[in-house]
Design a protein around this ligand. Structure first.
Ligand SMILES: C[S@@+](CC[C@H](N)C(=O)[O-])C[C@H]1O[C@@H](n2cnc3c(N)ncnc32)[C@H](O)[C@@H]1O
Length: 280
């Protein structure tokens, strides 16, 4: 059977033809130029067709492309993903870029100790460590399975400046003090009707949901973070698009003598919170 016939059959399973093509070139380890040059030439057998259509069906049933391919690109770097980790989002790339920007402004050329709390795939620590080879990173997560995937990413990028630690937030980090703490914690309220929870069905619950209206992790982090920071520090957090107001109340209680500010994502939502001991 020829490639154009594969694509015709795939359309009966999933009507997004671009995705069908991407799944096919990925499976063949080719690119779109190759695909268009070979629509009528090269033939594949029924066994391959079955494998291909099964992947197209998985996509049609809602499995994100990252899980189908087993990787995504985050900040230009390949990050391996599987069912034990959240698929890194574009918004989190903004968190990384802004955190690096502010860290450079606040700390100039100092060599920093950085914590990526709730690291998941390790995407935050890894993309930062690739840019800052002389900084020291700890990437921690409560789940050992999640850290297994982070370790694959650490090995893929051959990073010697990232240490992986299993920890319920700060519990196993007792001896450490950080200049920069970056965290994208779980922040979705389980009963939320503002998120399309069904779209998240394939991702680990542990990575998504938080109690207390989604604020549980911010409460816990705010309660103890100052025990793990150096006198001069930057804390960079991703937040839910509807959490700014509630967080402002919490900040007024705990961080009134510090500098803090929020930033927006590409959709004009308030999605990032920065807290620092120093003004910019
Ligand atoms: C929203 S995901 C973020 C993953 C990754 N940093 C990213 O931005 O794509 C949250 C992560 O927090 C981890 N997590 C959940 N509860 C935790 C806890 N109590 N302590 C540490 N990590 C936790 C989950 O396993 C998950 O990997």
């Amino acid at each position: 059977m020829q490639i154009y016939q594969f694509l015709n059959l795939a359309r009966t399973v999933n009507d997004n033809e671009n995705v069908n093509k991407i799944i096919l070139v990925n499976l063949l380890n080719k690119d779109l130029v190759w695909l268009y040059s070979n629509l009528n030439t090269i033939k594949y057998d029924q066994k391959f067709l079955k494998k291909y259509l099964a992947l197209v069906k998985q996509y049609a049933d809602g499995l994100p492309l990252g899980y189908i391919f087993g990787y995504v690109f985050f900040n230009g770097n390949k990050i391996l993903v599987d069912k034990n980790v959240l698929i890194p989002r574009n918004e989190t790339e903004i968190l990384v870029d802004r955190a690096l920007f502010y860290a450079e402004k606040l700390f100039a050329s100092k060599i920093l100790n950085v914590l990526d709390l709730c690291t998941g795939s390790g995407c935050i620590a890894i993309s930062m460590a690739l840019k800052k080879a002389n900084w020291n990173f700890i990437a921690s997560d409560i789940s050992t399975k999640t850290l297994d995937t982070a370790r694959l990413n650490q090995n893929l990028h051959q990073l010697v400046n990232v240490k992986l630690v299993t920890s319920d937030l700060f519990v196993n980090l007792a001896e450490s003090k950080f200049d920069l703490i970056v965290c994208n914690p779980p922040y979705i309220e389980k009963s939320s009707d503002t998120y399309q929870i069904s779209k998240l069905a394939h991702e680990p619950e542990l990575a998504l949901f938080a109690d207390d209206g989604g604020l549980e992790f911010y409460q816990r982090i705010f309660a103890s973070v100052l025990n793990y920071t150096k006198p001069d520090f930057l804390l960079a957090l991703e937040i839910g698009f509807d959490q700014k107001q509630a967080l402002e109340k919490m900040l007024a209680e705990k961080f009134s003598s510090y500098f803090y500010w929020f930033e927006k994502d590409y959709q004009n939502h308030w999605r990032f919170l920065f807290i620092s001991s120093k003004g910019l």
